[in-house]
Design a protein around this ligand. Structure first.
Ligand code: AMP
Length: 219
């Protein structure tokens, strides 16, 4: 039986950080829609070119494009036993499409941790964030600094500031979350799969809360 977990929460809540930590413990691949888009941007694929304008403006890439991309990713062999989804779904149409595609993959959304962080904290978190060029590992200059400034602890690659982590775009991304993504909280609460986690705690405590609440694959 496969397990699909959807990490929900505003930009800057720590979804990417937590997904990188817990995907090993859960033995599920970390599927980040934002990372896939950034990889396509870097490689200048057609998908990357299409997505660029939306990402730079802090808007959502259209549903049909995003849904097709995720369907393709989830159909690969490494997702045979499920996946830890980070950044998808982000609209009610995407959530519905995910439910439908998981029927084809003989699974369903098993758990949706909502990493809750008040709006006021998010801007500081995002504008101080540094991302690793090679694998998207994330750091924060104040809350989670790398051992050597500008260098990723995990793989030694260069850290950079995402274009869409600049203050003006961050505000737009938070607004987009509140308008388009936050309705998913109710959607998943009604399905009985929502788990609320206090995202203002330390990284370690959030990890602990997530791991104690989440279902595991059978050994
Ligand atoms: P993230 O790394 O999750 O913050 O995503 C960065 C950007 O990629 C977002 O601001 C959107 O422009 C785009 N993006 C990522 N995931 C989605 C999604 N599920 N639907 C639409 N756009 C997305």
């Amino acid at each position: 039986m496969s397990i699909y977990i959807v990490l929900l929460g505003p930009p800057g809540a720590g979804k990417g950080t937590q997904a990188q930590i817990i995907s090993g413990a859960l033995r599920l691949p970390h599927i980040s829609s934002g990372d896939i888009f950034r990889e396509n941007l870097k490689n200048q694929t057609d998908l990357g070119k299409l997505a660029k304008g939306y990402i730079d403006r802090g808007e959502l890439v259209p549903d049909d494009v995003t849904i097709a991309m995720i369907r393709e990713r989830l159909s690969r062999p490494d997702c045979r036993d499920g996946a830890l989804l980070d950044g998808f779904p982000r609209t009610p149409a995407q959530a519905q499409a995910l439910d439908e595609m998981l029927v084809d993959f003989a699974g369903k959304v098993n758990a949706v941790p909502l990493i809750d962080v008040p709006e006021a904290v998010l801007v500081e978190r995002l504008t101080g964030r540094w991302t690793c060029r090679a694998n998207g590992h994330v750091f924060h200059e104040k809350f989670n600094p790398p051992a050597k400034p500008g260098i990723c602890d995990q793989d030694g690659s260069e850290l950079y500031q995402r274009e869409d982590d600049k203050a003006e775009t961050v505000t737009r991304r938070i607004r987009v979350y509140l308008e388009q993504t936050s309705p998913l909280i109710e959607y998943y609460r009604r399905q009985g799969v929502l788990l609320e986690v206090d995202g203002t705690q330390s990284i370690e405590k959030v990890t602990e809360d997530l791991l104690s609440a989440l279902p595991r694959r059978e050994a």
